[in-house]
Design a protein around this ligand. Sequence first.
Ligand code: ZN
Length: 295
Amino acid sequence: MNERKGIGVMQNVQPEIRIHVFHTGCVCVSPGLPFKDAEKNPNPVQLTLLSSYGRKQRLWLPVSAYLIEHPQGKILVDTGWHREISPKGEYSRWAQIRHLGLAHYLLNQGVLPLGESLVEQLARRNIQPKDIDYVLLTHLHSDHASGLRQLKEAKHILVSEEEWQDTKAHAERYVTSMWKGVNMETFAFKETGQGPVGRSFDLFGDGSVEMIQIPGHTSGLAAVKISHGGKFVLLFADGGYAEKSWKEMIPRGTALDAPQAYRSLQWIHDMSQKEECLESLANHNMDVIPHEIVL
Ligand SMILES: [Zn+2]
């Protein structure tokens, strides 16, 4: 009896997957950006730091990045800020204008305390950029792609074809110098029936790490679903700003395609409520503190 039980346990032992949730500094936004408020913010321009409303009501939100320790390799999801935005670890207007350009500086500002860049946090775990097998980019907005040049020695840096197209079709929404000299590879979403538009990309072909297209905020935006032992963790990037986004179905203030963003949020809502969902995390949720998840 005991022996049989023992064998049963042995058969169930599969290498676990560890997900480390990091905060790599903060991003400053107007309050209408995370949670669209039609009454207070009828005009999208008022959401930005260009308007006095936007400047007065500024909100600082964390910028997350993730390390997945998977049996098949080390994976990063997004890059957080580059050290260049805060050379001394403090808010620096000029450093940001140099790194982001003036137009982006007016929309999106950041601060990166010393020791908090992704490469600094990885170094404390004895992980160098060359040890990373995959950098998966949910999308290429500045607060997600800023650190790319610091990670260019990673073996593969992947972004969806749609997102790569967006950087050309809507270049004003991106800071393309962030991937200058970086070997960017694109992946194709396939018609798998997964996600709000039925399209996803399976990194290892075993369903353990999937990039699921959740368009709206950008065309190529991807959520990352990490599955193991019948459970999953969903990293839904900028598909919403917090748990409140999907619980109360409050869309973000800006989207390339607002109706599609709402449909994607509906999918995040449905997935997050599944029993198998261990955690469902927005990139910029101020209620999430850095932690580790074992799947
Ligand atoms: Zn974004």
